[in-house]
Design a protein around this ligand. Structure first.
Ligand code: ZN
Length: 412
C-alpha cells in the first residue's frame, strides 16, 4: 500500500534579505507554494520577479532590485537594510542644527508642534535676515514624509536646504533669500518614520493609538493616514475630507483610496484634522497669510501632481498649475505633470485643502520605489531640489506680479 506522507511545507517558506533568511508568515503559504518553482522553500528574486515586477521592469535595474527587496520586507515585516544610509530623525535634526550653525543669518530651526509620541515637527526657516519679521516676503512651505515609508522624501528637503544655504551668494539664491521666506519640514510624520526605519518598513500612517473607532467601539488599531486627514475646519470644505454619500464609521461607502476602517493604511481618522501632525502644519499654513505656495513630497512615480485629487473637475487655478508645473518639469528633465486625480482619486489630502485656501501647491512623487538603493539618493533628491527651486522662483515672480490667488486669511 502506498502511504502519502505530507512532507510539503508545513514548514515555513523563507526569503533572503542581504543574505539573512526571514520566515514568511503562514498566511502567505499558498502564494509561496505557487511562486517557489524549484521547491527549495526559499523564494528567490527570480521566482518573485514576475509576481512583483511584471514584465516591464528588469531584475537587474535598481528599480527591480529595490522593489523586490521592499516586497520581501513587506511580507516578512523585516526592516529594510537600506535604512542605515538614510538620515534617521535624529540625524535629520543634526543636519538642521548644523545648517543654523553654519548660516546663522539665513537659517533658523523652529518647531511647528509635536507628534503623537512627542517628537518635534521641525521646520528650517530659510530667508535673509531670518531673525526679523519677514512676513512681507512670499512664504513657501516644503514638507517631506507625511507617509512613513517614503524615505527619499526626507532626503530631498535636506538637499534643497543644502542647495540654498551652502551657496547663498549665487544670484538665484540671493533673490530667493531676499524675496521668499522658506519653511522646510523634512519629516512631517516623525513617529511613523522611525517606526518604518526600525520596525516595519511598510508602515505608512502616524503612530497614534486610536483607542476607539468611529462607532465608539474600543480598538487596538494604530495610526491615521496623514494625507487623508486634512480638513480646514470650514463646513463648506467638508466634502474635501469626506465626500457626499460617505458616512462616518461605514466602510462600505468608502471613497476610493480613503477609508473609515482604522486598520487600513488609508484610514482618514476620526474627524478631519484630528492628528497633531496635520493640525500643526495646517494651523501654521492657514494663519500665515503670506504663505503662497506649498510643495508636498511623496514617493513614488516621478510625477508632479496638481489639485484636485478628490474630483476630475479642474481647480480654478489650473492654468497657473500648468504653467508653473511645466517650469518644474523642465527642471527635472523627465517627471510627468498631471492632475492629481489622474493617479487615483482620494479625499482628505493636503493638496485640495491648500488650494481651497488660496495656496498654490504641488505634490511631487519622486523615484521608482519607496526605499530605493541609497546610491540613487543624490540623483533623485537633486532633481526634486531643482524642481522646487523652479517653483520658488515662479511663486516669487508671480506674487510680485499679483498673479496669485488670495490666501484665505487675507480674504477674511
Ligand atoms: Zn505618500
Amino acid at each position: 500500500m502506498l502511504i502519502l506522507v505530507n512532507i510539503s511545507h508545513s514548514s515555513q517558506f523563507k526569503v533572503k534579505i542581504h543574505d539573512k533568511a526571514f520566515d514568511l508568515p503562514s498566511k502567505f503559504n499558498d502564494l509561496s507554494e505557487k511562486l517557489d518553482t524549484n521547491k527549495d522553500g526559499t523564494l528567490q528574486n527570480s521566482e518573485l520577479k514576475a509576481h512583483v515586477l511584471g514584465d516591464k521592469i528588469s531584475l537587474d535595474s535598481f528599480e527591480g532590485q529595490d522593489r523586490i527587496q521592499e516586497y520581501k520586507c513587506k511580507l516578512t515585516g523585516a526592516p529594510n537594510p537600506n535604512a542605515k544610509d538614510y538620515h534617521s530623525f535624529e540625524q535629520m535634526e543634526k543636519v538642521l542644527d548644523q545648517a543654523v550653525l553654519d548660516h546663522p543669518d539665513i537659517a533658523k530651526k523652529v518647531s511647528l508642534g509635536k507628534s503623537a509620541e512627542g517628537r518635534d515637527i521641525w521646520a528650517l526657516k530659510v530667508t535673509g535676515d531670518v531673525h526679523t519679521d519677514t512676513s512681507h516676503k512670499s512664504g513657501i512651505v516644503v514638507t517631506g514624509c507625511h507617509h512613513a515609508r517614503e524615505w527619499m522624501t526626507v532626503e530631498a528637503p535636506l538637499q534643497l536646504i543644502h542647495d540654498i544655504t551652502d551657496n547663498p551668494d549665487s544670484p538665484e539664491n540671493q533673490r530667493r533669500l531676499a524675496e521668499s521666506e522658506l519653511w522646510i519640514v523634512p519629516v512631517a510624520n516623525p513617529d511613523g518614520y522611525e517606526f518604518s526605519r526600525n520596525e516595519n518598513s511598510w508602515w505608512r500612517k502616524n503612530r497614534r493609538p486610536l483607542g476607539v473607532d468611529q462607532s465608539g467601539e474600543k480598538t487596538s488599531a494604530i495610526g491615521v493616514d496623514l494625507n487623508r486627514n486634512y480638513w480646514d475646519g470650514k463646513d463648506e470644505h467638508l466634502f474635501v475630507y469626506r465626500p457626499a454619500g460617505d458616512t462616518p464609521g461605514n466602510t462600505r461607502d468608502d471613497f476610493s483610496a480613503t477609508s473609515d476602517n482604522p486598520r487600513r493604511d488609508t484610514y482618514r481618522g476620526p474627524f478631519g484634522g484630528s492628528e497633531p501632525e496635520v493640525k500643526a502644519l495646517l494651523d501654521f499654513e492657514l494663519s500665515h497669510s503670506n504663505i503662497k505656495g506649498v510643495l508636498d513630497y511623496h514617493s513614488y512615480g516621478d510625477v508632479i501632481l496638481y489639485p484636485y485629487g478628490h474630483t476630475r473637475k479642474e481647480s480654478p487655478n489650473t492654468e497657473l498649475y500648468r504653467e508653473i508645473g511645466t517650469k518644474m518639469q523642465e527642471a527635472t528633465s523627465g517627471f510627468r505633470l498631471e492632475q492629481s486625480v489622474g493617479l487615483y482619486p482620494a479625499s482628505g489630502t493636503s493638496d485640495d485643502t491648500h488650494d481651497l485656501n488660496g495656496i498654490l501647491n504641488f505634490t511631487i512623487e519622486m523615484g521608482r520605489s519607496f526605499q530605493p538603493n541609497p546610491k540613487t539618493i543624490p540623483v533623485t533628491s537633486g532633481r526634486v531640489s531643482k524642481a522646487s527651486q523652479a517653483f520658488i522662483d515662479e511663486i516669487i515672480a508671480r506674487d510680485d506680479a499679483g498673479e496669485l490667488p488670495k490666501h484665505s486669511a487675507e480674504v477674511a
